[in-house]
Design a protein around this ligand. Structure first.
Ligand code: NAP
Length: 284
């Protein structure tokens, strides 16, 4: 298939390029220098020549805390970007995949069971709202769509690009003797390599719609950090703190574990457990 990946130098975009090319697809990767999804004219310029059959949009405004004080940037890129892409793709009969987030959930404060695709979302932050609105535009405008929600991404491109939790912990662990990490937000961090494998399988199916896609199991950021240092053989003193003690600008879900059984039933792909995936990432 002729596929264009938007955000090809990002964490997910980078690994998708490898996974899709290994599967024999004809690929074009577009960097932020080559396309700005918030501008319809830029989309036409960048996509017209490639005539893709599928566009995968991994580009996003991911600064969750900054988005609280400057929501315009988040809505411009995360909401109007996907809207522009959906209008372009529908008009040209191109399939569109939009990547979204577990931060579309959180409003149900007492939630303790994994969210399915049919559960009502309820974002707590401007970032979550902007991503959810982006999903809605894609679903409303472009019937041939996949919307894939994921969580806590880490991948190789995070070492040099916008960073990720694992790389941040490894850096801070070298700089400081002691760290305080939140222990009351439950979710499932996911490797972009595994997510790319799942997406590569999903696009073979023609089964459009909304999918949840994360590693298996669940953890907290504290437990995740503890495991990172344990696997990396680093001795760092960790303090478990509450969300309130951290004073972040954006409110985050206390529980945003996603039920990924629909994706597994559709593709046959089983994500590894989050600890296994982390081990593989650190070993590579
Ligand atoms: N990271 C996470 O923990 C996480 C969790 C859940 C869901 N997600 C979603 O997963 C997707 C991929 O995340 P990621 O971690 O791979 O992101 P990433 O590493 O930040 O990559 C995003 C890429 O998009 C580019 N980009 C940013 N704004 C753009 C624009 N307006 N037009 C075109 N390109 C633009 C960026 O380029 P520059 O850096 O040069 O601006 C970057 O290369 C996003 O949709 C994100 O919302 C991420």
């Amino acid at each position: 298939m002729r596929i264009t990946v938007i955000g090809s130098q990002g964490q997910l975009g980078h690994d998708l390029m490898s996974s899709l090319s290994a599967d024999g697809h004809q690929l074009t990767g577009l960097t932020h220098q080559q396309i700005s999804i918030e501008e319809a004219a830029s989309i036409e310029t960048a996509l017209d020549d490639n005539a893709p059959e599928l566009v995968i949009n991994t580009a996003a405004y991911n600064k969750v805390d900054l988005a609280e004080s400057a929501p315009e940037a988040a809505f411009t890129i995360n909401t109007f970007g996907p809207r522009n892409l959906a209008m372009y793709c529908h008009q040209k009969n191109i399939r569109l995949m939009q990547i979204s987030t577990d931060y579309v959930f959180g409003l149900e404060a007492a939630r303790q069971s994994a969210y399915g695709e049919h559960d009502a979302p309820g974002p707590l932050s401007a970032y979550g709202q902007s991503k959810l609105a982006g999903e809605y535009f894609v679903r409303a405008i472009c019937p041939q769509h996949y919307v894939v929600r994921t969580c806590g991404l880490y991948g190789k491109a995070g070492k040099t690009g916008n960073g990720n939790f694992v790389e941040t912990m490894l850096r801070l662990g070298k700089e400081r003797d002691e760290l305080s990490i939140i222990n009351d937000q439950h979710c499932t961090p996911t490797s972009t390599r595994d997510l790319s494998t799942a997406i590569t399988r999903l696009i073979q199916t023609d089964r459009f719609g909304l999918y949840h896609a994360t590693s298996q199991g669940q953890t907290t950021w504290f437990e995740f950090a503890r495991t990172i240092f344990e696997l990396a053989g680093m001795d760092v003193k960790l303090n478990a703190i509450s969300t309130e003690q951290y004073h972040a600008a954006a409110e985050r879900p206390r529980f945003s574990v996603l039920d990924c059984s629909k994706l597994k039933a559709t593709t046959g792909f089983a994500f590894p457990d989050w600890k296994e995936a982390l081990k593989t990432y650190l070993e590579s």
